[in-house]
Write a protein that binds this ligand. Structure first.
Ligand SMILES: NC(=O)c1ccc[n+]([C@@H]2O[C@H](COP(=O)([O-])OP(=O)(O)OC[C@H]3O[C@@H](n4cnc5c(N)ncnc54)[C@H](OP(=O)(O)O)[C@@H]3O)[C@@H](O)[C@H]2O)c1
Length: 304
């Protein structure tokens, strides 16, 4: 029987097989538009500690990738991404693929497993991910489908379940139901037993209905700010409505969760909406505020 030490030594040997190997990756040296991205041949990373090396089958392109590429909103540069230029040349976090090598501390995964999750610099042939940010791909999903889920899915789940404390039977309004986060939020809210109303543009109403929404509001035809309906939980993902407008949509004990807000010249939203970081936060009627939490690349705000 092999001991943990033998296994660790075996994995290190396998990792050393990759030392000195190269791969193709998408990189950049400065913040800016997609034109600045370059396809380069670079060193293949090696899995150490709790990391897993994944041979990338598909990489997801969530909103966060655009923020990291452009360095906007500027606050994120101060927050550690690199003030004048990006600290990391690589881009991309969502991935799906096959485990190529394991760091010595990793248990529960094996070389050859098909996995998906949140990694680092996933726009490459190989990428590292912490083992606890990966899960096995369900048999009915392709790599492409699985790679589109992690960040948007965690954002939607965290917003509804952790911050919104969604309960079966509640009425839930999802503003931005047709987007990356919203399409997953509609499905999660329905799976958790809520009555879901989705807000989106005309062209996407059929999509949102097909995801299970009980009611769909076309924001180009109906102004939800003037609606008399009240909801137990409002998830605001798009449209940059004021807090005042959003709170009016809540029942007296309702909860508002703000996931993000794009718009404005630098993609961070206008000054008035810059409190809407591109990360989810939640509030509940009555204004008691919980401290931000983090999972993967998201945080959440609450107001009660
Ligand atoms: N994707 C992620 O993983 C992630 C993670 C954390 C935070 N966020 C943040 O969450 C926000 C949304 O991200 P996303 O990826 O879901 O974006 P997205 O795919 O671009 O979706 C935006 C959604 O907002 C809707 N929308 C636009 N204008 C609207 C209006 N006036 N009223 C109501 N709805 C409107 C869009 O509807 P139509 O398309 O039908 O117009 C669409 O459903 C961003 O601020 C992002 O930074 C995203």
């Amino acid at each position: 029987m092999s001991t943990k030490r033998d296994l660790g030594a075996g994995l290190q040997e396998r990792n050393s097989e990759f030392a000195g190997l190269t791969m193709t990756a998408v990189e950049r040296d400065t913040y800016g538009s997609a034109e600045l991205l370059q396809v380069r041949t670079v060193g293949r990373p090696t899995a150490t500690g709790d990391d897993v090396l994944v041979a990338v089958g598909a990489a997801g392109l969530d909103r966060g990738a655009w923020h990291v590429m452009t360095g906007r909103p500027y606050l994120m540069r101060i927050a550690g991404f690199g003030l004048r230029r990006p600290k990391n040349r690589g881009l991309g976090s969502e991935l799906a693929g096959v485990v190529e090598a394991l760091g010595p501390n990793v248990t529960g995964l094996a070389v050859g497993d098909a996995v998906f999750g949140v990694g680092r610099a996933s726009f490459a042939e190989y990428a590292l991910a912490a083992a606890d940010k990966l899960a096995r791909i369900p048999a009915n999903l392709t790599h492409e489908q699985a790679a589109a889920v992690p960040v948007s899915g965690i954002t939607a789940l965290q917003a509804l379940r952790d911050k919104g404390r969604i309960q079966a039977g509640q009425s839930v309004l999802i503003i931005g139901a047709s987007g990356g986060v919203g399409t997953l939020a509609v499905q999660i809210a329905k799976a958790l037993g809520a009555q879901v109303t989705g807000v989106c543009s005309t062209a996407k109403t059929d999509l949102v209905r097909s995801l299970g929404a009980d009611h769909v509001i076309d924001y180009t035809a109906e102004d939800i700010a003037t609606s008399n309906r009240r909801y137990d939980l409002v998830l605001d993902i798009g449209g940059n409505r004021s807090l005042r407008t959003l709170r009016r949509l809540l029942t007296t004990s309702g909860t508002l969760v703000i996931v993000g807000g794009e718009g404005g010249v630098d993609g961070s939203g206008s000054a008035a909406s810059s409190a809407r970081s591109p990360c989810p936060r939640s509030f509940a009627n009555g204004w008691s505020r919980s401290s931000p939490t983090r999972t993967a690349t998201t945080s959440t705000r609450s107001e009660r």
